[in-house]
Design a protein around this ligand. Structure first.
Ligand SMILES: Nc1ncnc2c1ncn2[C@@H]1O[C@H](COP(=O)(O)OP(=O)(O)OP(=O)(O)O)[C@@H](O)[C@H]1O
Length: 318
């Protein structure tokens, strides 16, 4: 029996006046995935996330969370209990302490003591705000505030966490901290949907990627599949030798699968554009060794998610 996906949508659509912001989207996110949603400004990511979070009513289509359907015009309390949502502009209450703020939200979810206090300790530890527990929110840095918002969105231990641009405006260290929290939540079994324009961050944490363009989901794949597909067309190899660079270059140029060989300044290495499969790549390495060329490094580089996105040719909205 196949497992029920955590999120499934069927022809999900949102129209604002004459503008279709989300257009017949069939999305599936399996349990335990970290699903990265990317796409240019105005592609419809926020609108899609808001519909999944029950913050926006769809114009048409269906949403299923863990197999149960969101009912139109119904409060869906059981389903909402399974959702955590961090919008990109959620207000914090500056005068409250970290503890009181989280306690307030825990009460909204009817968590009772001693479980409520225990859960507060857990999430405060997870987002590393133990030292700031009794500080008022106004005194926190931007990164700390974002970690606190993340703690608020998971206080009720949801199965699905929806994060809309959670790292925008954060410095590199603060982004690492948020990434680490997301990794911990995934290890605890949470399914996470995250939108971001910082593709290098998504590449670090995501298991799958969806690309939106003009309201449509134009790509939805496992991250590894995207990498494999992009590597099928062309790969870059970095090869170093202890011997003569000229011999190495001449040998490589005889291979029909090598399109270009470029010397790298200052080091005994070449950069090679290679158009073969991974097996042919292994065969190239073997042939170099068989030919007696002393190879000291042979590295097949991974295309970045950013390059894959650009190579796929997705365009900006107007
Ligand atoms: N409440 C609304 N009323 C009218 N149009 C809206 C509304 N919300 C969003 N839109 C429009 O729907 C389209 C999709 O917007 P959305 O915010 O979902 O895109 P996005 O991919 O999240 O963009 P960004 O990356 O800039 O956050 C845009 O053209 C936007 O102007």
């Amino acid at each position: 029996m196949t497992a029920v996906p955590t999120v499934r949508t069927h022809r999900l659509t949102k129209q604002f006046d004459n503008h279709i912001a989300v257009n017949h989207i069939n999305l599936q996110i399996d349990r335990g995935e970290v699903y990265g949603l990317i796409g240019p400004n105005g592609a419809g990511k926020t609108t899609l996330i808001r519909m999944l979070a029950a913050a926006e009513e769809p114009t048409a289509g269906e949403i299923y969370i863990n197999g149960a359907r969101f009912l139109r015009g119904h409060n869906n309390p059981e389903l909402k209990r399974q959702l955590g949502y961090l919008p990109d502009d959620f207000p914090l209450y500056d005068d409250l302490t970290v503890w009181d703020y989280l306690d307030y939200f825990a009460r909204l979810y009817f968590l009772r003591d001693p479980q409520r206090s225990q859960r507060l300790h857990e999430v405060i530890e997870l987002v590393e705000l133990q030292q700031k527990r009794n500080e008022v929110i106004a005194t926190l840095s931007r990164g700390m505030k974002q970690r606190l918002s993340l703690a608020r969105s998971i206080i009720h231990n949801p199965t699905l966490l929806l994060l809309d641009e959670p790292v925008s405006g954060l410095d590199p260290l603060a982004r690492v901290q948020v990434r680490n929290i997301i990794k911990s939540l995934q290890q605890q079994g949470m399914t996470i949907l995250i939108s971001s324009h910082i593709l290098s961050d998504l590449a670090e944490i995501c298991t799958s990627i969806g690309i939106m363009e003009l309201g449509r989901l134009v790509e939805s794949s496992r991250l590894q599949e995207l990498y494999d597909r992009s590597n099928q067309d062309q790969q870059q190899l970095l090869i170093s030798t202890l011997g003569s660079l000229e011999d190495l270059q001449a040998f490589l140029k005889r291979s029909q699968l090598v399109q270009e060989v470029e010397l790298i300044a200052g080091v005994p290495s070449v950069r090679v554009q290679f158009v073969g499969s991974i097996e042919e790549c292994a065969a190239l390495l073997k042939s170099l060794i068989d030919a007696g060329i002393p190879i000291s490094n042979f590295h097949r580089t991974q295309e970045t998610l950013e390059n894959i996105f650009l190579k796929l040719g997705y365009k900006q909205t107007s």
